[in-house]
Design a protein around this ligand. Structure first.
Ligand code: HEM
Ligand SMILES: *[C@@H]1O[C@H](CO)[C@@H](O)[C@H](O)[C@H]1NC(C)=O
Ligand SMILES: *[C@@H]1O[C@H](CO)[C@@H](O)[C@H](O)[C@H]1NC(C)=O
Ligand SMILES: *[C@@H]1O[C@H](CO)[C@@H](O)[C@H](O)[C@H]1NC(C)=O
Length: 513
């Protein structure tokens, strides 16, 4: 009897001690809501994750923690913590979580998801200096301007016919065509499979988080991934092989007949040059090349299209801003020609509109990283392998750092105004549309040249009339664009932007010289 009592007592004390130890360990994590078994905090997340995390931050503070399935996460929602994590402790947070789909579709060779190491450093340099540096970006100006013109002609035809355009769709086509031609020298045939690759990249797979489901394929993803992978691989394999043959012919001095001779080197040529370079620090393989193509498609297509769409929607809802923007454009081009990328430095108000759009509608609403080692932050300890989410969206709408944060006021970003000093490169932590530090976006030059030029060209030539479709709301007697956000890894619009373009007086002459 006594022994049994002793046993029970020991057990109780043991339990108590382990509970205390457990909570002592856990109290080092930032504050956290109560978790459920197995799923952790998944039940607290709605379809629009950055919004759910913002609401939780109001309750649990600027740095709180969650457990998604078995994966610990921390969420930072102020510039102070953004800086502390992305700058002060940058080297602890230089990794990202990848998923089964990403590994498969990037041949285990993604650079956007590679850990900080020789391969990532090599690819980052290659991207910054060769592929997405301003020299290469400028070399493709005429290619991009052809695509802007193609879009404007689609709008002009619709305008003549008085028909509505699915602007969402046209913008996706345009950004996809541009990146596709810059990389591969062609566009059309790649579009369908590329869309599927980009989509499955952003889809959420419970199996990646919950060990319990590791062996189940509840959503039937496995088969879809294999199917997409097979089709994508066949396509790039064909493109690479054709290009290699072309290069061999060229080496043998045969003249090309397809007129590509005088064109700029596209990314495929640059990458193949590197892969043939015996002295390169990293031997670029075929898988590396294919993976980079997937990376750039995934990172560069939707982001750019979504940003343009949000900007246009804001302008439709703010006629005064639109008027002011047009005056600036008309002043620069004197209405005698179409606005061009080279005009962008002379369009401060348009640039402010783009910055303001990226503040309210950052296409990637959260900077997502992974912690590679136990890291002390103030009195907290962030365990290795935790995921970090910096809620860029929430920080951009915080009234502690922005005046009238929910209003669309591009003026705030004009050179002489309060926020005029803030640039897009992640030096100021209340504004991080392209992330910050060495892991920040290498596509920034391209995006910040393309976005203002494209938006300017669209509003120089057209007014956009809403047609009373789904998602539009009546505001007094005016129809306004519904600005709700939809679910997704990027922050897309909940409702596609569909409107009838109305040609402005002289614009048709500009388009049909
Ligand atoms: C409006 C357009 C764009 C926005 C808002 C955007 C935003 C971002 C953000 C927030 C990140 C994560 C940064 C971080 O972790 O600190 C990122 C990474 C990246 N972006 Fe962009 N991006 C855009 C366009 C592009 C384009 C056009 C390309 C390429 C063609 C591109 C390629 C990449 C790549 C490769 C990474 C991963 C870099 C790394 O992990 O080292 N992005 N982007
Ligand atoms: C990718 O890596 C995983 C484990 O790291 C491995 O099981 C898999 O076979 C690799 N896949 C490819 C295509 O190399
Ligand atoms: C517009 O295009 C998008 C993208 O292709 C498509 O998903 C959507 O259904 C279209 N919306 C409308 C209203 O036609
Ligand atoms: C989801 O997880 C299952 C099971 O591990 C896997 O077969 C599938 O490929 C994954 N899909 C995605 C999109 O990650």
């Amino acid at each position: 009897m006594a022994i049994e009592l002793l046993l029970v007592l020991t057990l109780l004390v043991g339990l108590l001690v382990s509970t205390i130890l457990f909570s002592a360990f856990h109290s080092k994590l930032p504050p956290s809501p109560i978790a459920l078994p197995i799923i952790g905090h998944f039940h607290l997340l709605g379809p629009i994750i950055h919004q759910s995390l913002h609401k939780l931050s109001l309750r649990y503070g600027p740095l709180f923690s969650l457990r998604l399935g078995s994966v610990p996460c921390i969420v930072a929602s102020t510039p102070k913590y953004a800086k502390e994590l992305l700058k002060t402790n940058e080297l602890s947070f230089t990794s990202r979580k990848h998923t089964i789909a990403i590994d498969r579709l990037t041949y285990n060779s993604s650079f956007a998801f590679a850990p900080n190491g020789p391969y990532w450093i090599f690819m980052k340099k290659l991207s910054a200096n060769e592929l997405l540096g301003s020299r290469t970006v400028n070399a493709f100006i005429s290619l991009r301007e052809k695509e802007y013109l193609r879009l404007l002609r689609v709008l002009a035809d619709k305008s003549e016919a008085g028909e509505a355009v699915n602007v969402t769709e046209e913008l996706l086509k345009l950004t996809n065509n541009i990146i596709s031609q810059m990389m591969l020298g062609r566009a059309e045939e790649a579009r369908a499979v590329i869309r599927e690759v980009v989509q499955i990249f952003g889809e959420f797979n419970v199996s990646d988080y919950i060990w319990f489901f590791k062996r189940l394929d509840l959503q039937g993803f496995g088969k879809r991934i294999e199917d997409i992978h097979r089709r994508f691989d066949a396509l790039v394999e064909k493109i690479i092989t054709e290009r290699e043959e072309l290069r061999k012919k060229k080496e043998n001095g045969e003249r090309e007949r397809d007129g590509r001779e005088h064109q700029v080197k596209d990314f495929m040529d640059i990458l193949l040059d590197f892969s043939e370079d015996e002295n390169s620090e990293i031997k670029l393989t075929r898988a590396h090349i294919k993976a980079l193509i997937v990376d750039f498609f995934a990172a560069g297509t939707d982001t750019t299209a979504i940003a343009t769409e949000w900007a246009l929607a804001e302008l439709i809802n703010h006629p005064m801003v639109l008027e002011k923007a047009r005056k600036e454009i008309d002043n620069v081009v004197k209405n005698s020609r179409l606005v061009q990328e080279s005009d962008v430095p002379n369009l401060p108000y348009i640039n402010a509109i783009i910055k303001e759009t990226l503040r309210l509608h950052p296409p990637l609403p959260m900077v997502a990283r992974k912690c590679i080692e136990d890291r002390r932050i103030g009195s907290y300890v962030i365990p290795a392998n935790s995921l970090l989410f910096v809620n860029v969206w929430a920080i951009g709408r915080d009234s502690n750092y922005w005046k009238n944060p929910l209003d669309f006021e591009p003026e705030r970003f004009l050179p002489k105004e309060g926020m005029g000093m803030i640039d897009v490169r992640g030096q100021q932590f209340q504004y991080l549309p392209f992330g910050s530090g060495r892991r920040s976006c290498p596509g920034i030059n391209l995006a910040m040249q393309e976005l203002p030029a494209l938006l300017s060209a669209m509003i120089q030539c057209f007014d956009f009339k809403l047609v009373g479709q789904r998602g539009e709301i009546m505001d007094g007697k005016n129809v306004v664009v519904n600005m709700d956000e939809g679910p997704g890894l990027t922050a897309p619009r909940a409702h596609d932007l569909v409107c009838v373009p109305i040609a402005r007086l002289s614009s048709l002459d500009i388009l049909h010289p």
